[in-house]
Design a protein around this ligand. Structure first.
Ligand code: A2P
Ligand code: MG
Ligand code: MG
Ligand code: MG
Length: 349
């Protein structure tokens, strides 16, 4: 039997140094500094998953797989529930990589991936070795840093924005790895594999990570412009209730783009104020990572009624009551109250 890659000796490993301090909001936080060195690998601690460079490395590798499949040109498109619900070889291969790599390092966590059990079970010999690549510094609240493996549920969307991927709208594509505990989204990584693909010479791809009650990293958080309201919503899964909800908040501008991860990134980088999706189309893997990162940055993601979305392993996958997300500093409750009652009634739990 071979030793899992992340438990092999003589490889770069992470030593975690924890300092407890009172942060600028006068609440108790933990600064976790991840140092890299050669030596025998101790088993990673479960809460470690939240701030580990492993998550970022695995998401980046899934992004490389997505680019490689497209370069090869054999997308292997399969229709799932309907003509607007597709799966490609990139979705399948990226999920195999993420789930096999994560479960090798953290065998007791619950991992739920969009593309189902069959993809997850095919743990081939080619497990990606998520050896950390760089030093990062994040803050993580003590109750999350000390989580046990059994307390963690990881929601994986190996390729968010599949419709746009097949249509060549490549910067709409993201890889989403969301971490939940106690039914709440507590941390996550969004990797955008084609960021900068239209700017030759610039670094291709970017990765954003965040821990609720801790920090966000990977991109500057920018406030959206004052004095106007920019709403982002679906471009490929619209309906009359989707349109009614968008119209009800009276936007000055509407950005119709693909992907839940991509739309939350627009909120984080100040390109939109609100993400409105009055549809049961999104699932828990679409919203877990984006919700955690947005919340870590000071924004809010709920269902269309303003109620929290639950993330226990036992909940239905579908976000049947829609999605409403607001950039940091926006009045989430105000916009939720503007969604018409017939739209809310149409989205039953
Ligand atoms: N009707 C639907 N059927 C399947 N997936 C959906 C549907 N609506 C939304 N999604 C998922 O939510 C994401 C965000 O929706 P949209 O892009 O329409 O705003 C989509 O990229 C898709 O994720 P995925 O691409 O991972 O299948
Ligand atoms: Mg899909
Ligand atoms: Mg998705
Ligand atoms: Mg997907």
């Amino acid at each position: 039997m071979t030793t899992p890659p992340c438990q092999q000796p003589h490889q770069l490993i992470e030593k975690v140094v924890t300092h407890v301090l009172i942060n600028s909001f006068h609440s108790l936080s933990v600064i976790v500094t991840v140092h890299l060195y050669f030596g025998p690998t101790p088993p990673p601690t479960p809460g470690h998953l939240l701030y580990s460079t492993r998550l970022k490395a695995i998401a980046n590798h899934a992004g490389k797989i997505i680019r490689d499949v497209l370069k090869k040109g054999e997308l292997g498109i399969v229709q799932k529930e309907n003509a607007r619900d597709l799966q490609t070889e990139a979705d399948r291969a990226a999920q195999r990589c993420i789930i096999s790599s994560l479960s090798q390092c953290f065998p007791k966590i619950t991992i739920i991936g969009e593309e189902g059990d069959e993809e997850s079970k095919q743990i081939s010999g080619k497990v990606y070795d998520p050896t950390p690549e760089s030093t990062i510094q994040v803050t993580c609240p003590p109750h999350l840093a000390s989580l046990g493996e059994e307390e963690i549920v990881v929601w994986v969307d190996p390729l968010d924005g599949t419709a746009e991927y097949t249509q060549g709208l490549l910067d709409h594509v993201t890889v989403l790895i969301g971490i939940a505990s106690g039914g709440k989204a507590v941390g996550g990584v969004i990797h955008q594999p084609y960021y900068n693909y239209q700017n030759p010479g610039s670094e291709l791809g970017r990765t954003i990570w965040g821990v609720v009650g801790g920090t966000v990293g990977g991109m500057p958080i920018v406030a959206p412009p004052e004095g106007k309201l920019i709403v982002t919503t679906t471009r490929s899964h619209s309906s009359s209730t989707v349109t009614d909800a968008v119209d009800a908040v009276c936007p000055d501008e509407v950005l119709r783009v693909g992907g839940a991860g991509h739309k939350v990134m627009l909120l984080l980088e100040g390109k939109a104020h609100l993400y409105v999706f009055a549809s049961p189309g999104c699932k828990k893997w679409d919203t877990c990572a984006p919700e955690a990162i947005l919340q870590a940055a000071g924004g809010i993601l709920t269902d269309i009624k303003g109620s929290p979305i639950p993330y226990q392993a036992s909940v239905p996958f579908r976000n049947s009551t829609g999605v409403l997300a607001s950039a940091p500093g926006q009045n989430h409750a105000f916009y939720s109250a503007k969604i018409p009652q017939h739209v809310k009634d149409n989205l039953k739990a």
